[in-house]
Design a protein around this ligand. Structure first.
Ligand code: SAH
Ligand code: MG
Length: 220
């Protein structure tokens, strides 16, 4: 937890209830220990969807479809959402879950490794003004070049879990060996976002740490 437990509980308590179908999905996912977006991340996504009203949304990392269902609930009326997942079992769950949501017809699940799927979407010339990245943390750097192609000027890239429960600031020697690579890659990812000319990025200590990056226009 990045902020104190009490503060986090307070912030959660301020949130309004979810529609019943989302609440059920959330409870089931939490019971199955699927790492779905937290309440704080939900609040931020909902706010951004309301502010930006994106017509096309792309998600990397669908899991069982909770965040996709969540975003579809709060996206503009005619908007579409595309989400990517590679694990068979999760794809099955997600298909089942997403088939039953009110806007099922506006949500597409693409199956396969995100790197390949992103490459294909970008080859097709697709663009998404609202991209939510929430997949394998160690791979964010590999996905980034494709995401930049898929993001139009003024588009927003949101990345989840960038502060690693706050351990991002710890020395790599205090991090368990098996997590060191991810730790290093996440630092590199956040640094890159912050220093990339095409992007303006803010790092927020929301949930497990989130970045918001907007793609800037060309300099005149
Ligand atoms: N966004 C979801 C949670 C995603 S958890 C929610 O909040 O409801 C991260 C998911 O990304 C996992 O299900 C994992 O299987 C998937 N994933 C990880 N690496 C991936 C890759 N390279 N391609 C596609 N999916 C990937
Ligand atoms: Mg996440």
């Amino acid at each position: 937890m990045i902020i104190s437990e009490r503060l986090s509980e307070y912030l959660k308590a301020l949130e309004c209830d979810l529609p019943e179908y989302l609440d059920r999905l959330e409870q089931q996912a939490l019971m199955d220990e699927v790492p779905i977006i937290r309440k704080e991340a939900q609040a931020l996504l909902r706010f951004l969807l309301c502010l930006l009203k994106p017509e096309r949304i792309l998600e990397v990392g669908c899991a069982v479809g909770f965040s996709a269902a969540f975003m579809s609930e709060y996206m503009p009326e005619g908007a579409t959402l595309t989400t990517i997942e590679k694990v068979e079992q999760r794809i099955r769950e997600a298909r089942k879950n997403l088939a039953g949501i009110p806007r099922a017809g506006q949500v597409t699940l693409l199956c396969g490794d995100a790197k390949e799927v992103l490459q294909e979407l970008s080859a097709k010339g697709e663009t998404y003004p609202f991209i939510f990245m929430d997949a394998a943390k160690g791979q964010y750097m590999n996905f980034l070049p494709y995401l930049l192609e898929l993001l139009p000027e003024g588009g927003l890239l949101i990345t989840d879990n960038v502060l690693q429960e706050g351990t991002i600031v710890e020395s790599k020697y205090t991090i368990p060996r098996r997590e060191r690579t991810i730790h290093m890659r996440m630092r590199e990812y956040v640094y890159t976002l912050k220093h990339m000319e095409e992007l303006e990025t803010v790092v927020l200590p929301v949930g497990d740490g989130m970045t918001l990056s907007v793609k800037k226009g060309m300099k005149r």
